[in-house]
Write a protein that binds this ligand. Structure first.
Ligand SMILES: *[C@@H]1O[C@H](CO)[C@@H](O)[C@H](O)[C@H]1NC(C)=O
Ligand SMILES: *[C@@H]1O[C@H](CO)[C@@H](O)[C@H](O)[C@H]1NC(C)=O
Ligand SMILES: *[C@@H]1O[C@H](CO)[C@@H](O)[C@H](O)[C@H]1NC(C)=O
Ligand SMILES: *[C@@H]1O[C@H](CO)[C@@H](O)[C@H](O)[C@H]1NC(C)=O
Ligand SMILES: *[C@@H]1O[C@H](CO)[C@@H](O)[C@H](O)[C@H]1NC(C)=O
Ligand SMILES: *[C@@H]1O[C@H](CO)[C@@H](O)[C@H](O)[C@H]1NC(C)=O
Length: 568
């Protein structure tokens, strides 16, 4: 093991001078490898047919991706040999008319670049999810027979696991609800839904046997426009309270005693941000330098006022191009507004391993809903939160595949972004429509993955914490991260952890990044390095579970490795 080898201490201070000079020479304050290069990135076509529409996606700790649609959309692009009740599917003509004879969920294996079918028993249409501390996906709600369902998917390495429906059910119908994993052991809050102005917990917390009414969900509901407050944006603040954004308004909410602690100012400008206006939102990376106590949220895009009704008449109104950023901790709260390079809705927002924000997928006009949008947004945007205002956005390489309603995107451990889905038609429709059902699977490959950056990229990253097995680390403990670099590191070596989200309808539930504190970067033999990194202090700052740990050298990220933060 590298750690035991004799080593030569190599202090940051010594390096600082050299690197400072280097940086001066190249005129860049960061990202050695990024010098003189664009940040355009590129696109890869991975598969021509995933079989099912990626209405929902989630990465598992087995480095696979769950992809699933609704079950009520008729036959999919993945024909099965047997239906869920064991009947033989009698060849193509029959399967074409028998939805039971096609898959509505698949598991994509990143390494093999292939999918296998999974079986859903009830309708997951516009449902929600969160990943529990052991890596199991908790998946809730849907439509019809799925309104109140609770499902689990426990990832496995033998490719035999499948969906498991709980005999327990939700208290209310949850169609277009949002989930958030809470700091208390594996407790999830499930919030809202169409005409559902309540929240509830899994496992149940209510002594009355009923869900909890939240007037805010009622007040923000725009009846004329199919809600405009569905799939509320939820973020867990560092004080353990829940930030809830719906339509244009937001509150800080103590879910333990059902109390609204703060009502934040309304986001400036017209239009709405939540479904069916379907902008997006992230919590910006939390940072050890302020003990993770400064929490800032960001909301981007959405539809203009009246867009949903107008789209029903095939009048597609231009979407919102504004973003707002607001610090939700402390005492002063003000939205700082910025303009994206263009209007955008149905846009996914992902935190890249670098801490930059990627805005990808979606359209420029209309709203969410069947055939409600036009003018696909083919170019992702990069947003660099720490740059000066006005210099944060850039426009990235264009794809040629529209990713409209019911598309999604997630970050992969290697740093690529998986992009799938799009189906504004309520059946799988491949011809004679403006935006056909899209089953092609792509990866967007960000600039930091370019070959010219390979020499700066930390490799073979691993986590050691002897007491609890290799990658299992209790809160607030120091653990060792080793990696290979084969050259002198940049002055800035960083350690970021990321909780893999559940992505649907432009919102990535439970997405979170923390920039961890590290001390004592030590150079060992033959290009190996080790650093002591401190786990997050509490589950309030980072709920227990599996995180993707990335080592960055001068802004160039390694492939991520899994680290499991646990209660002891
Ligand atoms: C997808 O289909 C096109 C056209 O048939 C083919 O050229 C391409 O190689 C296929 N790509 C993959 C990843 O299967
Ligand atoms: C489903 O979950 C239940 C309860 O956790 C478990 O007993 C059962 O074995 C699971 N079934 C499958 C098929 O995984
Ligand atoms: C979490 O679970 C552990 C073990 O089951 C228990 O000891 C601990 O008290 C629980 N913590 C909370 C906040 O419920
Ligand atoms: C809820 O808890 C918070 C924080 O503990 C407290 O400030 C507030 O007064 C409580 N509200 C009610 C109604 O109990
Ligand atoms: C294509 O769509 C148009 C308008 O919806 C319809 O009139 C026409 O019959 C369709 N053609 C085919 C071949 O389905
Ligand atoms: C890093 O890991 C790869 C594959 O796991 C291996 O081929 C390579 O030799 C390792 N690099 C070093 C420097 O050990």
């Amino acid at each position: 093991m590298a750690v035991q080898k004799p080593f030569f201490p190599l202090l940051f201070k010594c390096l600082l001078t050299t690197c400072y000079l280097l940086v001066q020479c190249f005129g860049s304050s960061n990202a050695v490898g990024g010098v003189g290069q664009g940040k355009l990135g590129k696109w890869q076509l991975l598969l021509n047919n995933t079989g099912v529409v990626a209405m929902h996606m989630a990465l598992t700790l087995q480095n696979t991706v769950l992809i699933f649609d609704q079950t009520s959309s008729g036959p999919s692009g993945y024909t099965l040999h047997r239906s869920s009740d064991g009947r033989r599917c009698l060849g193509l003509p029959r399967s074409m008319t028998d939805p039971d004879c096609s898959a509505h969920s698949v598991e994509y294996h990143i390494g093999r670049n292939s999918v296998r079918p999974l079986r859903l028993q009830t309708d997951t249409w516009c449902s929600s999810g969160s990943i529990l501390s052991d890596g199991t996906l908790l998946q809730t709600g849907g439509y019809g027979d799925g309104y109140r369902r609770i499902r689990y998917f426990k990832p496995c390495s033998d490719r035999r696991c499948d969906w498991n429906e709980s005999s327990d059910s939700l208290m209310d119908n949850r169609w277009y609800a949002s989930n958030m994993l809470l700091p208390e052991n594996d407790s999830t809050i499930v919030m809202g839904g169409l005409r559902t102005y309540t929240y509830e917990f899994i496992p149940k917390r209510s002594s009355s046997g009923r869900s909890f009414y939240l007037p805010f969900l009622h007040q923000t509901n725009d009846r004329d426009q199919h809600g405009n407050n569905l799939y509320p944006f939820l973020h867990l603040s560092a004080d353990g309270n829940l930030f809830i954004f719906a339509n244009r308004d937001s509150i800080l909410f103590n879910y333990k005693n059902n109390t609204v602690l703060k009502t934040f100012p309304r986001i400036p400008g017209s239009g709405s941000r939540n479904y069916p206006s379907s902008g997006s939102s992230v919590i910006l990376p939390l940072d050890y330098t302020n003990r993770y106590q400064k929490v800032e949220v960001m909301v981007c895009g959405g539809s203009t006022t009246g867009a949903y009704r107008a789209a029903r008449r095939r009048n597609f109104l231009t979407g919102l191009s504004s973003c707002g950023r607001m610090v939700i901790t402390g005492k002063i709260h003000r939205w700082k507004m910025e303009e994206m390079p263009g209007p955008r809705l149905l846009n996914d927002m992902l935190i890249l391993p670098t801490g930059q924000i990627l805005i990808i997928n979606g359209a420029k006009e209309g709203s969410a809903g069947w055939n409600n949008a036009a003018s696909p947004s083919l170019q992702p945007y990069l947003y660099e939160p720490t740059k000066p205002s006005g210099k944060r956005f850039s426009v990235l390489s264009s794809t040629n595949i529209p990713r409209m309603y019911h598309s999604s995107a997630i970050l992969l451990p290697d740093g690529r972004v998986l992009v799938a889905g799009s189906n504004p038609n309520n059946r799988y429709t491949f011809r004679n429509v403006s935006y056909p059902t899209e089953l092609r699977l792509q990866a967007y490959v960000p600039y930091y993955m370019s070959e010219s950056n390979n020499r700066y990229r930390p490799q073979n990253v691993s986590v050691q914490y002897a007491k609890h097995g290799l990658n299992v680390v209790p809160y607030n403990e120091d653990f060792t991260v080793t990696f290979f670099l084969g050259r002198r590191p940049n002055n800035l070596v960083e350690f970021n952890v990321y909780s893999p989200p559940f992505a649907t309808h432009a919102f990535s539930m439970n997405q979170r990044m923390l920039k961890l504190r590290s001390t004592g970067l030590v150079r060992e033999n033959n290009g190996w390095f080790s650093a002591v990194v401190k786990a997050p202090p509490t589950p309030t700052v980072a709920p227990s579970g599996y995180y993707m740990l990335t080592v960055l050298n001068g802004g160039i990220p390694s492939t991520s490795t899994w680290v499991n933060f646990i209660h002891t």
